[in-house]
Design a protein around this ligand. Structure first.
Ligand code: ATP
Ligand code: MG
Length: 581
């Protein structure tokens, strides 16, 4: 019994028209190719071919997880609120958490992630360092009430994630598993055919270089990345770089200029005829201790609020009313003559700038030539900016380049965050009670499917990599009623199954044009076209979807040719180069 996909009796509702709400290729094409259907905003149904692709991605993920010794489990999506109260995340998670109550009015949520659940499990099960390390994973549906569900499978409210969690007795053991997981994630990206980069990611309050994201490069990606020829790569949320801040050459010393009506960096730069990078921007904020901090950064850069929050716990930007109450003139704030008790924190790159063009703390006035150390004091020099392309690499001094990416997965060293909060401990070798050291590793399965299509499509449809295609080859008989064409196609299909290919046959009673369009839309990597005319010479046509190349091949050489292609497959794109000598 072979499982050939027979399109005559299969459910592949392809569409000619683009769905109105689909902004990006993967969303558009997965719907048009009859792989997915929208059920509600950010909620999708997988139709038979889509489900096949999903299963293949999951299979690759499972193989790579199993290969590094992670064990598969399955946790419930429905999670009791108590656990989230224990970790403190019931409040912190906010409206993204899908909350519900049962008939007894007990609160639950639909899991957006499973740190709470697994920590609660382990604290009752593992007792001794002898049972560590342990890595568990699951492939499961997650729920997040995203503010902006969009882009089809890229940002859903219900989606499939592979999430893994590891438990350790030491940091060294965590590091080892973290490295193995990173290796597995790289191999998964490769096997999915993705062009990807591992980038330094923000690791939240924990700090340090303890998190890495795997990005599929794509214009449709929501993440901005910087990278350097030296190998440095980072999400701009987390990355570091040195801005090229310019000095104001004409300045002699502290000089106040009337700048009537000028409240923005753009207007100031234009007024003075200098680039925005030669101005200094001020951002006023306060922390949970109510102390006011003014952050100064090069005018062409944005304050990275994650970095600011690490320096000022409880960071919030001052409102207009706050600023007015403090006598800080919005749009003209500067470091000279700030009210008592206001802290000055400046981006490290401004250390090289002797004369700042900056607000004068007086409505409609700016200084050119305000000198740090002479005219004002900086309390702290720090890395404050959101890095951007053309900044200098801190590792090698080279110029950073920019790209956009889709975050397909992330590895993260959690440390003792959850084990401490939830009282999960084991008895260590020296007999003391220690909290587990943990890692977590998430990979978006449905998001990966969309990322693949973002990288593999053209105007006609999808170009599935061989590794995840719903089937690798589609045999297309052109005249299904013909008593030579149809049986020949059937025989060929079975022959191809014999050599280990996954095979579909378009045995529908449809015009050739319809079949060709659908085949290109669905994106079978290999097509074998069987027609009356060719068969007169015992020939069929083999088409490679990725390149569009077509070749007439004699009937008895087809299987051999496809076997050759299959054997030679290294990357995602099939080729028959070399077959004809
Ligand atoms: P993002 O910043 O894109 O919202 P995240 O950092 O919240 O992602 P994680 O909590 O690390 O994501 O989840 C692990 C993986 O799950 C992500 O790398 C991504 O592949 C996937 N994922 C997260 N949110 C979604 C979503 N709304 N739709 C589809 N996949 C998602
Ligand atoms: Mg998110």
């Amino acid at each position: 019994m072979t499982d050939i996909i027979r399109l005559s009796s299969y459910y592949v509702p392809t569409l000619k028209e683009d769905p109105a709400d689909a902004e990006i290729a993967s969303h558009r094409l997965l719907i048009r190719a009859g792989m997915i259907r929208k059920t509600a905003s950010g909620v999708y149904t997988f139709l038979p071919l889509g489900k096949k692709v999903l299963a293949k991605i999951e299979h690759i993920v499972r193989q790579e997880m199993d290969a590094i010794g992670a064990l598969e489990i399955s946790m419930p999506a429905l999670q009791p609120a108590e656990l989230w109260h224990e970790s403190g995340r019931w409040e912190v998670y906010g409206p993204e958490l899908m909350r519900l109550t049962d008939r007894h009015e007990r609160p639950f949520c639909l899991g957006p992630t499973h740190e709470e659940l697994i920590t609660a499990l382990i604290r009752n099960e593992l007792r001794s360092y002898k049972e560590l390390p342990l890595s568990l994973y699951q492939i499961q549906t997650k729920y997040r009430d995203e503010v902006r569900p969009r882009f089809g499978l890229l940002r859903g409210r219900e989606f499939i994630m592979k999430d893994a969690y590891s438990f350790h007795a030491s940091q060294a053991s965590l590091q080892k598993t973290y490295d193995e997981m990173s290796g597995a994630y790289g191999r998964i990206c490769d096997r999915l055919g993705l062009e990807w980069r591992a980038v330094e990611a923000d690791s939240g309050q924990i700090g340090g270089k303890t998190s890495c994201e795997f990005m599929a490069l794509a214009q449709a990606g929501e993440a901005e990345l910087v990278y350097c020829t030296c190998g440095y790569a980072a999400n701009t949320e987390a990355g570091e770089g040195k801005a090229k801040a310019g000095a104001y050459e004409e300045a002699q010393g502290l000089e106040k200029l009337a700048t009537p009506g000028i409240h923005t960096i753009a207007a100031l730069a234009e007024f003075l005829g200098i680039p925005e990078s030669s101005t200094v921007k001020a951002m006023a904020a306060k922390g949970s201790d109510s102390v006011v901090t003014v952050f100064f950064l090069p005018g062409d850069h944005e304050l990275n609020e994650l970095k600011a929050a690490r320096l000022v716990p409880g960071f919030t930007l001052l409102s207009d009313a706050d600023m007015e109450a403090l006598g800080l003139p919005k749009g003209s704030i500067g470091p000279v003559g700030l009210p008592q008790g206001v802290r000055v924190v400046a981006d490290a790159c401004l250390q090289d700038v002797g004369h700042w063009v900056v607000g004068a703390n007086e409505e409609g006035h700016h200084f050119v030539g305000a000198r740090p150390g002479t005219d004002f004091t900086v309390d702290l020099w720090a890395d404050l900016i959101t890095v951007k392309p053309k900044d200098s690499c801190l590792k090698c001094g080279g110029e950073l380049e920019g790209a956009r990416g889709i975050e397909v997965s992330q590895v993260f060293q959690l440390g003792e965050k959850y084990s401490r909060a939830m009282g999960a401990s084991f008895s260590a070798e020296d007999g003391t009670d220690q909290p587990f050291i943990m890692g977590c590793y998430g990979l978006g399965v449905t998001r990966s499917m969309a990322a693949i299509v973002e990288q593999y499509h053209d105007e006609k449809g999808i170009l599935w990599p061989m590794t995840v295609a719903p089937a690798q080859v589609c045999v297309i008989p052109l005249e299904t009623g013909d008593d030579l064409v149809q049986p020949t196609a059937e025989k060929l299909a079975h022959e191809l199954v014999e050599i280990g290919l996954e095979v579909a046959i378009d045995d529908r009673d449809e015009r050739a044009g319809v079949k060709f369009n659908d085949a290109d839309l669905i994106g079978w990597p290999l097509q074998v076209i069987v027609g009356k005319r060719g068969l007169a010479d015992s020939k069929v046509e083999v088409k490679l979807r990725h390149t569009g190349a077509k070749k007439e091949v004699s009937l008895d050489a087809v299987a051999e040719m496809l076997r050759f292609i299959k054997r030679g497959m290294k990357g995602a794109k099939p080729s028959y180069e070399g077959f004809f000598g």
